[in-house]
Design a protein around this ligand. Structure first.
Ligand code: APR
Length: 310
């Protein structure tokens, strides 16, 4: 009998729980939630399970503080760490979260040597690189959620400007997962294949770009805590692409080895995501200003990595 896939989520905080909720609602996998706070993942798991009879899903969700429970996972999502508070940038989380990541990666890989690791902890590009280096896995098997989230925000704001369905708006954000250095690519954004410049003025496009950059910060300022629903949905989108081998094209943080003229760095680029993880990196032709923005973005990530001494 075919076995349901297994996904472990390390860090049963708001983002980890939202991801588990989305994954359960799509019946993608059985899940194990792990957290350093005793009782938290067990409680969160039971709460999700008890929504199953109403929502109509049958997946099994359990909680544990012991990595043995994660053994044999197909995908391990890492959301452990501290989140930003109002006024904080994602970059300011680096020292605390690097320490947390270093303590997690060993036991994760030991118990699930064949898993694909999906990094969510911020600052995302630095944490993805740290994970890639510490895990000792092929680069295809370490991927970070960055552009998946920034792009769904960009699509949402463009759709608001356009007055059309969000589903018909396609747009991507590459580069670092930071307010300042992300690289939204409006030139490649379309409404069902029609370039957005057919509908929107440069000022309208710039407004959507600016709001995308501050997408996470705007929410944090409003609710005095970090976003979780869209981050959780973005994780679910990526987990689904891996488990169902759909080969979705999603901008994600991946390790570059010569693509875009860069190597030995993890940064957001469009990838083909499937059962093998990062199956392909798509090298988009960039114009001079996009190229300059991407280069600056990589520079900012390298500066962060320097501070981290990976
Ligand atoms: N092992 C396991 N879990 C840990 C560890 C650890 N060493 N250290 C912290 N955690 C747990 C916390 O106990 C908490 O439950 O990680 C969880 C983080 O959850 P939240 O504080 O609610 O933060 P959240 O908003 O979910 O964000 C988590 O994702 O998007 C990023 O910037 C965000 O880095 C942050 C991460």
């Amino acid at each position: 009998m075919p076995k349901r896939p297994k996904v472990s989520i390390i860090g049963a905080g708001t983002v980890g729980t939202a991801a588990a909720h989305w994954i359960a609602s799509r019946e993608l996998a059985d899940m194990v939630l792990v957290d350093i706070i005793e009782g938290l993942p067990q409680g969160k798991a039971l709460d999700i399970m008890q929504s199953g009879p109403i929502a109509g899903f049958n997946v099994k969700v359990t909680g544990s503080s012991d990595y043995a429970a994660t053994a044999g996972s197909d995908v391990v999502v890492i959301t452990a760490g501290i989140a930003r508070k109002p006024g904080m940038t994602r970059e300011q989380l680096i020292d605390t979260n690097a320490g947390i990541m270093r303590s997690i990666i060993g036991p994760v890989v030991e118990h699930s040597p064949n898993a694909i690791l999906l990094v969510v902890t911020n600052p995302l590009d630095a944490m993805t690189y740290l994970t890639f280096r510490a895990a000792g896995l092929p680069r295809q098997r370490v991927v970070g959620e960055s552009g998946a989230l920034d792009s769904t925000r960009f699509r949402t704001f463009l759709a608001m400007e356009l007055g059309v369905s969000v589903e018909d708006v396609h747009a991507l954000v590459i580069g670092a997962h930071t307010d300042k250095d992300m690289v939204p690519l409006p030139r490649y954004a379309t409404v069902r294949g029609i370039p957005i410049s057919h509908f929107l003025t440069p000022a309208q496009i710039e407004a959507a770009v600016a709001r995308t950059r501050r997408g996470g910060a705007e929410i944090t300022e409003l609710m005095k805590a970090s976003a979780f629903t869209a981050p959780g949905a973005s994780i679910c989108e990526m987990v689904e692409a891996i488990l169902l081998d759909t080969k979705r094209v999603i901008p994600c943080c991946a390790s570059l080895d010569g693509e875009y003229g860069e190597r030995d760095v993890c940064v957001g680029v469009p990838i083909v995501l499937g059962a093998g993880g990062v199956e392909r990196i798509i090298e988009l032709p960039l114009d001079a200003s996009e190229k300059a923005a991407f280069k600056a973005s990589v520079g900012a990530i390298r500066e962060m990595l320097g501070a981290l001494k990976v």
